[in-house]
Write a protein that binds this ligand. Structure first.
Ligand code: NAD
Length: 249
């Protein structure tokens, strides 16, 4: 990963931040794209203090032009992009009747349309790659796309849509030596999980469903992401990899 240039959406906090930390540890240059300015600047500062090459760019994935601007800034600074991690996402644990039209639109706009905007904004960088370049696009989707649980109908639908987008891109970019894959976590300890399962009782119930007997750590996803971004995984393509402590199958 040394001197590879990585762009990660939703990387001010949670899973995205952990992925960024792992890449920094491996000597990569990391662009942190997130709309949370305060958290993004704090993450960038902490990484720089540890000697890492992090670059926070305030970006809203639901705004295509904001992503194009971010791309421009990355190219000005580092000249290219090797790995794109499509991670930003939101969730609400609501039953269908409680999902307002506005909430449906918001979840689809950030999780699904935002994923499309992200890959479209960086399209040129990956469509011009060759097998020697070894580009990588990795979606952080969700087991919800497979099980229908873990969020509302909007969340499951948005994540299933990400899988379709990933599979289509895998067909388009395979010949360019760009691997496209998705990691589907289920329960990982982040702010998003705290928001979905706020009580100790709801946590205990959750843990009982996981054969490995613990909630996942952001590093569990970060380790898999780094592997999928490495040359060692170049024959893994168009796949959805569950990282769920054995809960689903
Ligand atoms: N935590 C889990 O248990 C879990 C399980 C399955 C899938 N996921 C997926 O993993 C990804 C990361 O989730 P997390 O748990 O780290 O969440 P999180 O809420 O801890 O972090 C998400 C980050 O995305 C950013 N973000 C949100 N909307 C944005 C936007 N419009 N533009 C730019 N940035 C935006 C937030 O500011 C935040 O920094 C999401 O796609 C989520 O659906 C998480």
């Amino acid at each position: 990963m040394k001197q590879k240039i990585i762009a990660i959406t939703g990387s001010a906090k949670g899973i995205g931040k952990s992925i960024a930390e792992k890449f920094i540890e491996k000597g990569a240059y990391v662009a942190l794209l997130d709309f949370d300015k305060k958290a993004g600047e704090a993450t960038e500062k902490a990484m720089k203090e540890d000697g890492g090459d992090a670059f926070f760019i305030q970006t809203d994935v639901s705004d295509y032009h904001s992503l194009k601007e971010a791309r421009k800034k990355i190219l000005e600074k580092w000249g290219e992009i090797d790995v794109l991690i499509v991670n930003a996402g939101i969730s609400y644990l609501h039953s269908l009747n409680d999902i307002s039209v506005e909430e449906w639109d918001r979840v689809i706009k950030i999780n699904l349309t935002g994923s499309f905007y992200t890959v479209k904004a960086f399209y040129e960088d990956f469509s011009k790659k060759t097998p020697i370049d070894e580009g990588k696009i990795i979606f952080i989707s969700s087991g919800s796309a497979i099980t229908g649980t873990g969020g509302g109908a909007h969340y499951a639908a948005s994540k299933a849509g990400q899988h379709g987008l990933m599979r289509n891109l895998a067909k388009e970019f395979g010949g360019n030596g760009v691997n496209v894959n998705a990691i589907a976590p289920r329960v990982i300890q982040t702010d998003l999980l705290d928001q979905l399962y706020p009580t100790p009782k709801s946590r205990e119930k959750l843990i009982k469903k996981i054969p490995i007997g613990r909630i996942g750590k952001p590093e569990d996803i970060a380790n898999l992401t780094v592997f999928l971004a490495s040359p060692e995984s170049s024959y893994i393509h168009g796949q959805i990899i569950l990282s769920d402590g054995g809960r689903t199958y």
